[in-house]
Design a protein around this ligand. Structure first.
Ligand SMILES: Nc1ncnc2c1ncn2[C@@H]1O[C@H](COP(=O)(O)OP(=O)(O)O)[C@@H](O)[C@H]1O
Ligand SMILES: [Mg+2]
Length: 318
């Protein structure tokens, strides 16, 4: 096992912020830590990079127990949301800075930094000043500075959160491609589930310092383990504690004898949202916008065909 975290527990005063977290990450794997604001994501990274001491538990990196090691002994680097670049240095020297504490000749360090800039599609940017760069470019420089030391483990704390939506989507694809090319093992923190789905080989969903689910993204969406996961991930029609249907799996059909009546139609660009009243439930249905106009109008009678899913935890309780 490349990274093994065993019963990691962190308290601030009497408040337990991380409660006996156990999980593993394979070499070359990207783990996304997902969860609402304040659930302990950044604290988890700070425990892994050594900025915070644990109250209980252990961390093993390639079988080595690093729990008590200093940050600089761990071979773990971190990329932050606010980049923390040096504005008075040019791009090349920001990237090179990562090598400052390794005994590497300046010429060699510059050469490696140029190669890193190329990998990050920043070739020719070496002499530019940080302030001349866009947010996306700055984040790539920050990534370069962390990657240049060839860490065993790369931690990223909401690195794309300061960027606008379009750029976030482009950069997350680039980021995944680069990290996979380097066979880098990484832990990426986000509060955005789409980002977690797109980047993570696995997702660790946290709430109030506890692991709610640890699985790949598809399993997280298709088999939520408890009510918190179901509430947090995606949308649902929940008919009972044990049964739910995703809105995109409510299939409508115009039918004068149907038991549903369309009460509201909402335009969402690529999708249409329909709210439908039946005898027992007020449904939300989602359909791709394929024909420029809504398939159903307020007042239409429709027949509903639904793909019911079962919530795992409620099954276990029975
Ligand atoms: N240095 C600290 N001292 C006291 N409480 C802290 C400290 N750092 C974080 N916390 C608390 O720990 C909890 C988790 O914080 P954090 O890990 O930053 O969450 P997230 O990154 O998921 O938003 C919050 O309740 C926060 O207020
Ligand atoms: Mg945070």
């Amino acid at each position: 096992m490349f990274l093994k975290v065993d019963e990691l527990t962190k308290k601030f005063d009497k408040h337990t912020v991380l409660d006996r977290l156990s999980f593993t990450v394979e070499q070359g794997e990207l783990l996304c830590v997902l969860g609402p604001s304040g659930c302990g994501k950044s604290t988890l990274l700070r425990c892994l990079n050594g900025f915070e001491a644990l109250d209980h538990g252990q961390i093993f990196l390639e079988e080595r127990n690093i729990t008590e090691e200093l940050p600089e002994e761990r071979n773990v680097t971190t990329v932050f949301q606010n980049y923390s670049l040096f504005p008075h240095m040019d791009v090349l020297h920001n990237v090179m800075y990562g090598l400052k504490f390794q005994k590497i000749a300046k010429k060699e360090a510059a050469k490696r930094s140029e190669e890193m800039l190329e990998l990050l599609q920043l070739k020719g940017y070496g002499a530019k000043r940080i302030m001349e760069l866009s947010g996306g470019e700055q984040q790539r420089v920050a990534l370069g500075r962390s990657l240049i030391v060839n860490p065993k483990l790369l931690l990223l704390d909401e690195p794309l959160s300061n960027l606008d939506e379009k750029l976030r989507v482009t950069l997350r694809e680039e980021l995944r491609t680069i990290l996979k090319r380097l066979d880098m093992t990484g832990i990426f923190v986000t509060h955005d589930q789409k980002e977690a789905f797109a980047i993570g080989d696995k997702i660790l969903l946290l709430n109030q310092g506890k692991i709610q689910q640890f699985s790949d993204g598809i399993t997280l969406y298709e088999h939520p383990q408890n009510q918190f996961v179901l509430d947090f991930i995606g949308e649902k029609n929940q008919l009972s504690p044990a049964e739910y249907v995703r809105p995109e799996r409510v299939i409508l059909e115009k039918n004068a004898q149907g038991d549903g009546k369309v009460e509201k139609v909402v335009f969402q660009g690529e999708t249409w949202e329909y709210y439908i009243r039946t005898k027992d439930y007020y449904w939300r249905a989602l359909a791709l916008n394929r024909s420029r106009e809504a398939g159903y109008q307020v007042g239409d009678r429709v027949k509903l065909t639904v793909q019911m899913q079962e919530l795992i935890s409620s099954k276990e309780e029975k």
